[in-house]
Ligand binder design. Sequence first.
Ligand code: SF4
Length: 354
Amino acid sequence: MTVIGQPYEVGPIRPPSEAGSLLVRATRNCPWNKCEFCPTYKGTRFERRPIEEILKDIDEAAEFHGDIYRTAFIQDANSLVMKTGDLVRVLSRLKEKFPSVQRVTSYARARTVARKSVAELRELHEAGLSRLHIGLESGYDPLLEYMKKGVTSDLVVSGGEKVVDSGISLSFYVVLGLGGRLRLEGEETWRNHALETARVLNEVNPHYIRVRTLTIRQGMPLQEKLENGEFEESSDAEKVREERQLIEELEVTSYFASDHSTNVLMDVRGQLPEDKASMLSVMDQYLALSEDEQVNFRLGTLFRYFGYEPNYGSFRDFLVPARKEAVAAVIEDLEEEQPGRSRQLVAELNRMLV
Ligand code: SF4
């Protein structure tokens, strides 16, 4: 929650699951900032904030809000780049000024985490750090290299295992459709992306697996590759096929979360392995749809996101004939206006998602 007039600094983003958290900006921007698919900090420079300034922000936040928060998120892209002792001071001050905060989380890069010892991570955990959100993106090394992620799957496994060993809860982020229709090493990338990502997840067994779907927007270096034809995005059905392959391979006890509007099927979520069969079943039902029905479903879910009627809040809504017909009527009008307009609108709305 960002409040107008608040007397302390906040950064630009936080995970969807931290929408109600107190935001504490410990560093500014991203120290890596090279990933092809990430526009968030492009054109900015990474900065460490002086520790006294961060502590003062916490004091002022406490005075401004009072002890109203239950959760806090430490910004920006990689707070673990701070010296462990400094981060411990931030966490301790948070605990002192916001005694009701039960959960403190942060983003971190796998490379940075892998450089910390388990003892250091434990120290952070004891000081109050409850969860780390780490962008795995893919476990397929050629794709990580293509996207300039700056890590290898081995490094991600090593960093991830340390986090789990330290007692900190681990959230790994995966980008569906990241390989588009690329062929790396002479093979279809989507399949290797799914298989290798599942391999890494199986090795680490993080507490949470969170998926987002690649949506190319201005500000991403990948946009240029899309425009010059080097990169081609996969279709919704191809993305779901990839997600299906990934989930089928998983042998974890993680919670699988699909809490991002870019995802085709946000209903595909649940506790693994218990909910695996029902998750696969939703994807199978979607993959059995005709192409026109898939467009109908996507348009209806995008309408929901942008507040238009009629819309779908879930795949179950789409299975209600009256709701499907209402969206079909909108599509008919669009197509009458201009053939191909409904697919075009899906692409336009997709690019507006954040
Ligand atoms: S994805 Fe993460 S590490 Fe990569 S540039 Fe964006 S913020 Fe930095």
